[in-house]
Design a protein around this ligand. Structure first.
Ligand code: FE
Length: 247
C-alpha cells in the first residue's frame, strides 16, 4: 500500500507546521507526518519549513539568529493563532500516535547545511523515544552524509526537478549509490513509470513529494510509489480509500 505523509502537518488544510495540523495528523489514518527543522540562536530546535519567519508568520527574522522566546511570539498565518513548535513539543504530540516521523533536515537561509545540527536532532529524538519511528530526508547530499554518520535510521534523498533534469536519472542513481542512499523522493510532476522502474531496478526505493491536487494524488497512487507527501492529508486519505475500494 502506498504510504501517505502529511506534509508540514497538512499545510493546505491547517496552515504551515501548526499545532492543530500536527495534532490532527497524529489521529489520521495515514502512516507518516513530514516536518522540517531549524536550530535557534539559543540551542533550541524549531519545526518550521522556511529558514525565516517572513513568509509564513506575522514576524520577520531568520530562525537560526533568533532566540526561541522571540520565535514563540510569531503567529503562523492561516494557522488559527498557532506559534512555531519545538521538536520536543512535536514529539509530545506523537508520543501516543501510530504515525511515524519523516524528518527533513533543512539548510540555513544561505542554502548551506547548519553546522553540527543533525547529531542534536538525533539526540532529541532519541531522548523523546521517537528515533526508532523516524525516517530522515534532505535535498542536500552533505546532510545525507551527516545523517548516516549520526544514525542508522532510514534516510531518503529528495531529488529536485532541476537536479533530475541536469544530472539525468542514471547519474542521480550513481550519486545515490556513491552515498549509500537507498531511497529517493521525486517531485510528483517529474515521476513516471519508466523513472520508477529505473530506480527500482537499481535497488533504490521510489517515492514522490508535493502531491497536493486530486490529480497529483491519483498519479502517485496509480504509480504505486512507496510513499508520497501531501499538503492535503484528509483529501489524500479519501482518495486512497476510494482507490482501494476500486481495486
Ligand atoms: Fe519538507
Amino acid at each position: 500500500m502506498t504510504r501517505i505523509a502529511s506534509h508540514r502537518g497538512g499545510t493546505l488544510e491547517f496552515g504551515d507546521s501548526t499545532l492543530q495540523g500536527f495534532t490532527a495528523t497524529s489521529k489520521m489514518a495515514l502512516e507518516e507526518v513530514e516536518f522540517d527543522l531549524h536550530p535557534t540562536a539559543d540551542g533550541a530546535i524549531v519545526v518550521h519549513h522556511d529558514p525565516t519567519l517572513d513568509g509564513t508568520t506575522d514576524v520577520n527574522g531568520v530562525i537560526a539568529r533568533m532566540p526561541l522566546a522571540e520565535i514563540k511570539k510569531a503567529t503562523i498565518r492561516y494557522g488559527a493563532g498557532a506559534t512555531p513548535l519545538t521538536l520536543e513539543e512535536l514529539c509530545t504530540i506523537y508520543a501516543q500516535s501510530s504515525v511515524g516521523f519523516r524528518c527533513e533536515i533543512k539548510p540555513g537561509v544561505d542554502g548551506i547545511a547548519y553546522d553540527d545540527f543533525i547529531p542534536r536532532v538525533v539526540s532529541v529524538l532519541q531522548r523523546q523515544g521517537m528515533l526508532e519511528r523516524t525516517t530522515f530526508s534532505s535535498f542536500l547530499i552533505p546532510c545525507m552524509d551527516d545523517i548516516a554518520a549520526a544514525t542508522d535510521r532510514p534516510r531518503l534523498w529528495l531529488v529536485s526537478p532541476p537536479i533530475l533534469r541536469q544530472l539525468g536519472p542514471e547519474t542521480v542513481i550513481e550519486v545515490a549509490k556513491a552515498h549509500g542512499i537507498r531511497e529517493v523522493g521525486i517531485h510528483i510532476n517529474t515521476a513516471d513509470e519508466d523513472l520508477k522502474t529505473l530506480f527500482l531496478s537499481a535497488g533504490i526505493e521510489f517515492g514522490c513529494w508535493a502531491a497536493h491536487t486530486t490529480g497529483q494524488i491519483e498519479r502517485a497512487l496509480g504509480l504505486d510509489v512507496k510513499v508520497f507527501t501531501t499538503d492535503r492529508p484528509t483529501l489524500a486519505i479519501a482518495i486512497r480509500n476510494h482507490h482501494r475500494e476500486g481495486v
